[in-house]
Design a protein around this ligand. Structure first.
Ligand SMILES: [Zn+2]
Length: 165
């Protein structure tokens, strides 16, 4: 087991970078930009995360994973605090992360801010396989509540569009 410095924000971030959103196993919560801050209290450590999707059922799993991992590494009384403001935006993801999502078959949201959310139906959602703009919504609810199911008119492949609320 790697021993990270559990007394620094960088150490905690490195530790938590092994945790993935169960819905998107290819990118970590750190790569998604969900890890915002770590606050050290006298006897505990508080991790601040911003969910990509408010009310996403995966959040409970992520919180449990964070607490279990911190405890494993000797952090006393770890705590997870969800912060919804400022709202998560795809700007917090690097281009590499967005590419990983595309490789996984998920079209990352192309708007920069959740507050100016455009309906996927009115936006050009690019097919992650052939990059065609000629796509259509099949269902607003894809494999999970966080995704909409799209289909590409060119390569005929269905794909998930990662929604942001
Ligand atoms: Zn396509």
């Amino acid at each position: 087991m790697v021993s990270e410095d559990i007394h620094s924000k960088e150490g905690i971030f490195r530790l938590l970078s092994s945790i993935c959103d169960p819905e998107i196993p290819v990118v970590s919560i750190e790569e998604m930009g969900m890890l915002r801050d770590v606050i050290f209290h006298e006897h505990s450590c508080e991790v601040i995360i911003t969910p990509t999707y408010t009310g996403c059922p995966a959040m409970g799993i992520i919180e449990d994973d964070i607490i279990a991992l911190l405890k494993q590494h000797g952090v006393q009384e770890p705590k997870v605090t969800l912060v919804y403001s400022p709202a998560w935006t795809t700007d917090w993801m690097t281009e590499t992360t967005k590419q990983k999502l595309r490789d996984f078959g998920i079209a990352a949201p192309m708007h920069s801010s959740c507050s100016s959310w455009i309906k996927p139906a009115n936006a050009h959602v690019h097919c992650p396989r052939c990059n065609s703009k000629n796509t259509k919504v099949v269902s607003q609810f894809g494999s999970t509540a966080c995704k909409a199911l799209y289909s590409c008119n060119d390569c005929k492949e269905p794909f998930d569009y990662f929604k942001c609320h």
